[in-house]
Design a protein around this ligand. Structure first.
Ligand SMILES: *Cc1c(COP(=O)(O)O)cnc(C)c1O
Length: 418
């Protein structure tokens, strides 16, 4: 019988029901402490920001706080969750290409430390609001450095016509935005930000990004007379999903990035004082498992299906961008492979396939199926499709587990309906 965080999987399924998101809390803790340990430099002040969109709930935010990470939010809802968790808003970075007026106002009212401005119009609105509310705020400007990280195309964000950030090629938009940010007395224009993609396996992509960003910081000074001190390189660090994946060891990628930053900063005579990164996926993905109970099993002419009691409602990634996962059958880890199965969900979409084909031991209805590496963008992208209640989330560690998000009930599902 397999365990997660020392807690027996069978017991977790019995106690909390399935589907269930179960996290090995020690895996998250180790990852948080590794990031804080390896992303360190004698030359720069460094900061690691947890991109909360990967998995956001109050307990997760308290956990990252206890390791000294800063926090990224991308919506009023994520901001509210951080406030409810008691997180210090001055350590929050607020991202997004279309923050609403309400969200910007809330950010200023809560005292969010840094707003990452995406475009000229946002700069204008924020400058006006900060002036009117007499609120000081730090700002990073999101740049599109035009680097294609080698990953699935739907996840890449940094091509020149990306909806995120301003490309230095858009000279007018850039010049006007920089002008607005540097003119507003309430805005402290600290630096620049970029995020070049997700699930990036090639560290050269990060190195290239760092070079471009430092060069651009230099250009801001020579072309616009604006001297920024911060470069934020975003997230995108890869996680291990299947045997095809070879993530760069954390220490190696952190050291490579910081080495390039040092080299580039010499060309700028030490202008940049602070370097930030924003991992999301790589902190939580591998710590997370989804437990399903096997239901009916069906042979079609070409496929042997096993059906899960969840599906695209708790994990949209396979349907959305053909994400690949590995899994095992609890208690049968050492049994010989019996057949190639297709793991399908219970939602009314023929695309609701969690794993296309995988060799597994003989499965019986009632077996607990455990999908691995579901800790990032699983719960956070969950939906109520087919009115399936959202599963519970548990953190397991030291042999016991605790619920950090309770399972939704049928009453919850209709509680907001008239
Ligand atoms: C999504 C996102 C991240 C985190 O990306 P991961 O691939 O989960 O590490 C960081 N920064 C920004 C701006 C993002 O949009």
């Amino acid at each position: 019988m397999a365990e997660i965080g020392g807690a027996a999987i069978r017991k977790l399924a019995e106690t909390y029901g399935t589907p269930l998101y179960a996290y090995d809390e020690d895996v998250i803790r180790n990852r948080l402490s590794d990031y804080m340990k390896y992303f360190r430099s004698d030359e720069f002040e460094t900061g690691v920001l947890y991109a909360s969109k990967a998995f956001s709930c109050k307990e997760m935010i308290r956990l990252i706080d206890s390791y000294g990470l800063y926090l990224d939010v991308v919506s009023g809802g994520e901001l509210y969750t951080a406030v409810q968790a008691g997180y210090d808003c001055s350590k929050i970075f607020f991202h997004g290409n279309n923050k609403t007026f309400t969200e910007l106002r809330e950010a200023l009212e809560y005292g969010v430390g840094t707003i990452v401005v995406d475009n000229r119009m946002e700069a204008e609105v924020l400058a006006g609001m900060a002036q009117e509310m007499k609120k000081d705020v730090h700002v990073l400007l999101r740049i599109n450095p035009g680097i294609e990280a080698h990953t699935h195309q739907y996840i890449v964000t940094a091509h020149v016509d990306s909806k995120f950030g301003i490309s230095p090629l858009s000279e007018k938009e850039m010049a006007e935005t920089v002008q607005i940010l540097s003119d507003c007395p309430y805005i402290h224009f600290d630096g620049i930000h970029a995020h070049i993609g997700s699930q990036i396996f090639d560290k050269r992509a990060f190195e290239e990004e760092a070079r471009k960003m430092f060069e651009f910081a230099g250009k801001l000074k020579t072309d616009f007379g604006v001297c920024v001190n911060t470069v934020n390189l975003g997230g995108g660090f890869a996680a291990y999903y299947t045997a095809e994946d070879h993530p760069i060891p954390l220490q190696e990628v952190c050291e490579s990035i910081l080495a390039v930053c040092s080299e580039e900063n010499r060309k700028l005579d030490g202008q940049i004082r602070r370097v930030l990164i924003e991992p999301g996926r790589s902190i939580v993905a591998e710590a997370g498992y989804t437990l399903y109970t096997a239901g009916f099993i069906k042979q079609t002419p070409n496929r042997l299906y096993v059906f899960a009691d969840g599906g695209m409602s708790d994990n949209i990634r396979p349907a959305l961008y053909q994400a690949k996962y590995d899994m095992f059958v609890d208690g049968k880890e050492n049994d010989p492979v019996y057949a190639k199965y297709t793991l399908a969900g219970k939602c009314c979409e023929s695309g609701d396939i969690l794993i296309g084909e995988i060799g597994l031991p003989k499965i019986m209805p009632g077996d607990i199926l455990v999908m691995k590496t579901t800790g990032a963008y699983g719960y956070s992208m969950a939906s109520h499709y087919n009115k399936l209640p959202c599963p519970a989330v548990v953190f397991a560690g030291g042999g016991s587990a605790r619920e950090v998000i309770r399972r939704e009930t049928y009453e919850d599902l209709t509680s907001r309906e008239v």
